[in-house]
Design a protein around this ligand. Structure first.
Ligand code: SF4
Ligand code: SF4
Ligand code: FES
Length: 211
């Protein structure tokens, strides 16, 4: 058995158990800190982890991290950017002004001080700093690719001393890149079939018609 502490509560679980399942065993309610329950895609299980013999506290996704003896874990509540970054669909459509839009919506991006805090915080191992700097230099597609596997855990938001909100900048870059990309051929054809009337849609198809 492995003994650890989660949010100040002791847990004793078999080796190989993830922190999330250990938390459930310890009687901790898995509400705000769990979404996809172990798929590693929702980013809700963000946590601070200190391992035995290590002075440093590291970040982790609790559902992807196996327990270790003597480990101390604290779940982190939702981390929000300092301010919202407002933009609309129309901000995404003109590729010629994409760089201007990035600088207008995320003016902090050019102030990156290259501290690598975001890189160290990212539990997915993404090159967050590189993505920020690509976006800030106008390489929107490059930035979008860096953030392709981002799960929006917001740990990079908490780590950034310039309040850049790297993941939200990355999401904006991904949206800009997607808006400037040809849609999948099957989707284009199907939408054309619907708008041209070749394919009819039964709006009530999903309603329960049982008495
Ligand atoms: S880029 Fe930020 S939000 Fe995305 S996975 Fe890494 S730390 Fe989490
Ligand atoms: S944490 Fe912020 S300032 Fe530091 S490298 Fe990342 S984006 Fe730049
Ligand atoms: S519960 Fe979704 S990433 Fe861990």
């Amino acid at each position: 058995m492995v003994n650890l502490t989660i949010d100040g509560r002791p847990a004793s679980v078999p080796e190989g158990t993830t922190i999330v399942l250990a938390a459930a065993t310890a009687g901790i309610a898995l509400t705000t800190n769990v979404g996809c329950m172990g798929q590693g895609v929702c980013g809700a299980c963000r946590a601070l982890v200190r391992r035995t013999g290590e002075p440093e506290v590291r970040t982790a996704l609790a559902c992807e991290t196996p327990v270790e003896d003597g480990m101390q874990v604290s779940f982190l509540d939702r981390v929000a950017p300092r301010r919202p970054h407002a933009y609309s669909e129309t901000d995404l459509v003109d590729g010629w002004t994409a760089y201007e839009r990035v600088l207008a919506v995320f003016p902090e991006a050019v102030r990156c001080r290259h501290c690598s805090g975001c890189d160290r915080a990212c539990p997915k191992g993404l090159e967050v700093q590189k993505g920020v700097n690509l976006a800030a230099s106008g390489d929107i597609a490059g930035a979008a690719a860096v953030f392709d596997l981002c799960v929006m855990c917001n740990l990079c938001v908490a780590a950034c001393p310039e309040h850049i909100a790297p993941n939200h900048l990355g999401l904006f870059a991904r949206r800009l890149a997607a808006a400037g990309t040809q849609r999948p051929a099957d989707l284009i054809r199907r939408l054309h079939e619907i708008t041209s009337g070749a394919m009819t849609i039964d709006a009530d198809a999903c309603t329960d018609k049982q008495p």
